[in-house]
Design a protein around this ligand. Structure first.
Ligand code: PHE
Length: 347
């Protein structure tokens, strides 16, 4: 009986030291210990001759041994399977696992398209802060001090200025503020578009939100005239909405432009037949524009006798809603992936 105990102890030691560095050796391990003619099977045969009083103890030792050999074999097999043994285990020519890509947000898609169109005609992109002072958002833009846009109901104020409305701190209500910052620093010619997020203290409904995005443009140089503005915006509308779409200019008013206008396009949704989006008029307003007011140029230390300029500004969401037939602005900001996935593949 001592004999079998010694054999078990030796086999136990051998399990730990048996070389198993490659697939072949691991297979040898299996045959040596676990095969039908292997060590452990032999010991179980021998076990039959063990006298009954020792059977329990030796049986336990044998079972432990078998378990240990089986565990080591399984571990070795795992290691072999996961290690690159240089035996051509991995097919490096297989295509990679597909990486799920997100999609561009419709607001980004439309913003990029607008920017690309204007960049082709020589505009470059300028950006500025979303938190502004009253001067950049209103004062420099020739807003009279009692203009309703400056009312608390329309503008989000962060802090009221100690020395007057110019020092107020607020969330910009348009990116015209960026145009002031650019003109302040750059002598003409200035030809920039200013994309960015703007804020207005509006009730959130299907048609308006308390923040949205704009692209505003500014061109200041000698001899810039209203026909230059019209031509640029006609070009933009044709590139953006296609040659089928009609464009019209209407007179309007902004404190920072004179004369001022608004541009409408024929309704893309009903093809001008009349629908709720165009309020049955067949036309939808897409932007405001005008010749930069001489007082605005002067505020930026640009000589209004020598230089003239035009400016325009449009809301990106409104255009995105028209182009994608979206009837509720709120869905643009809910980040519902079922909505967003529909734009995958668009740049
Ligand atoms: N700033 C105006 C707005 O936010 C748009 C505009 C820009 C109008 C430039 C005229 C000229 O509505």
């Amino acid at each position: 009986m001592n004999d079998i105990v010694k054999k078990i102890t030796d086999a136990d030691l051998l399990i730990d030291s048996f070389p198993a560095g490659n697939n072949e050796e691991v297979e040898h391990f299996r045959i040596k210990f676990l095969g039908s003619k292997g060590l452990i099977t032999g010991l179980f045969d021998e076990f039959r001759t063990v006298p009954v009083p020792e059977k329990k103890e030796i049986g336990r030792m044998l079972n432990d041994l078998k378990k240990k050999a089986g565990d080591r074999y399984n571990r070795l097999k795992e290691v072999m399977e996961s290690a690159d043994t240089g035996e051509n285990k991995f097919d490096l020519s297989l295509p990679a696992e597909p990486v799920p890509l997100g999609s561009n947000h419709p607001v980004s898609i439309i913003r990029n398209r607008i920017i690309t169109i204007f960049e082709r005609t020589g505009f470059s992109v300028a950006e500025g802060p979303e938190i502004e002072t009253g001067w950049y958002n209103f004062g420099a833009l020739n807003f009279p001090e009692d203009h309703p846009a400056m009312d608390m109901q329309d503008t989000f104020y962060i802090q009221s200025g100690s020395t007057g409305p110019s020092e107020n701190v607020l969330l910009r209500t348009h990116t015209s503020s960026v145009q002031i910052r650019v003109m302040e620093k750059t002598p003409p010619p200035v030809k920039v578009i200013c994309p960015g997020r703007v804020y207005r203290n509006e009730t959130i409904t299907a048609r308006s939100h308390c923040f949205f995005h704009q692209v505003e443009g500014l061109y200041v140089d000698e001899n810039i005239s209203f026909p230059d503005l019209k031509q640029t915006l006609f070009y933009f509308a044709r590139e953006m909405f296609g040659t089928e779409t009609n464009v019209r200019f209407r007179p309007s008013y902004f404190p920072f432009t004179e004369p001022s206008g608004e541009v409408d396009i024929s309704c893309l949704i009903c093809k001008s037949k009349g629908c709720p989006v165009c309020k049955n008029s067949g036309w939808v307003e897409i932007l405001g524009c005008g010749m930069v007011h001489p007082a605005v140029l002067a505020n930026c230390k640009i000589d209004p006798v020598k230089y003239t300029g035009y400016a325009f500004g449009m809301g990106i969401e409104r255009i995105a809603m028209l182009m994608y037939r979206i009837d509720d602005i709120r869905i643009l900001f809910e980040n519902d992936v079922r909505f967003l996935r529909q734009f995958s593949g668009s740049a």
